[in-house]
Design a protein around this ligand. Sequence first.
Ligand code: SAM
Ligand code: SF4
Length: 333
Amino acid sequence: MEDRPMNEKMSLCDGYGRVIDYLRISVTDRCNLRCFYCMPASGIPFLPHEKIFSYEELLRIADIFINLGIKKIRITGGEPLVRNDVLYFIDQLGSRRSLEELTLTTNGTLLAECAHDLYSAGIRRVNVSLDTLNRKRYERVVGVDCFPLVLHGIETARVHGMRIKLNVVAMKGVNDHEFSEFVRFGIEKNIDVRFIEVMPHSGNTDIARDMYISSDEIFNALHKRFSLRPAENAARSTTARSFSVGESGIKVGFISAISHPFCAHCNRVRLMADGNFRTCLFSDSGINLKKVIERGARDEEIETAIKTAVMQKPFQHRLATTASALIMHRIGG
Ligand code: SAM
Ligand code: SF4
């Protein structure tokens, strides 16, 4: 598809007037870790290769989204870096001139070996998921003893010039005594830290109920120890509340999907590896863009399918009633 000149770019709007300019692409449902709050302990049937987007299909869809006004793309998974040749795909996306930002969410295990290529592809900011700073506890959370590998990945990415943000899923009885330590770690390493409320899905309802801690509780605990003031340049459309920590230069954020959903300013949509297009983390648009491609649709038809789905983006998520439909390792957070 031809890249439209900037002045001809459209903007993608939903039925409530929200401009949608942020796309998350989950390139795989596979992962090399088994975080107990994300993947069902009973194991998961992974999608067969023929059911997931080829890179050719993904690049075609990404170009259509970019022409519709998407300015930021985040690559996620499963674990995105486990998919073969993902660096080729990221490099191709990085060459799209109209894309203002290309980012990545990863568990960090393969970050050290990929950091150089990621930087060359244009990745400047990476979110790394790390729920504890204790090696043994980390192994209990993710099922694999690879804490040093993740620290090494973070360090290597930093050395290559990438800005890191830690994603910390807050869990009572697991890491609730480590929140201050995370902020101190962030200050020491010049890394932003973001605490995420644990969200329920069909495989973790007990965990999500018993381990839930609200962002307010975390904020109140941190506020006693650190000077937190609302971050000045926090994007209005962000779904996280963000605070500057004293004069350290780092930010602490809170994603409160349960206690304070920021749906009113939501600017994002999600594409899953199997083609499912989600206009909200918690609801399926009912459109599978891989199937649309396989039917031989022209770019214009794909554009129309996307615009129609986006018009129906719900104003607010209904987490309580849709939790069973949330399969985080497929959607990518
Ligand atoms: N594998 C990559 C990683 O872990 O960063 C990317 C995919 S992972 C699904 C994206 C984010 O979703 C991670 O930060 C993870 O901690 C978060 N996540 C997974 N399950 C969650 C849940 N039930 N509640 C809240 N966050 C969750
Ligand atoms: Fe894998 Fe990320 Fe899910 Fe952990 S949170 S199991 S690393 S997809």
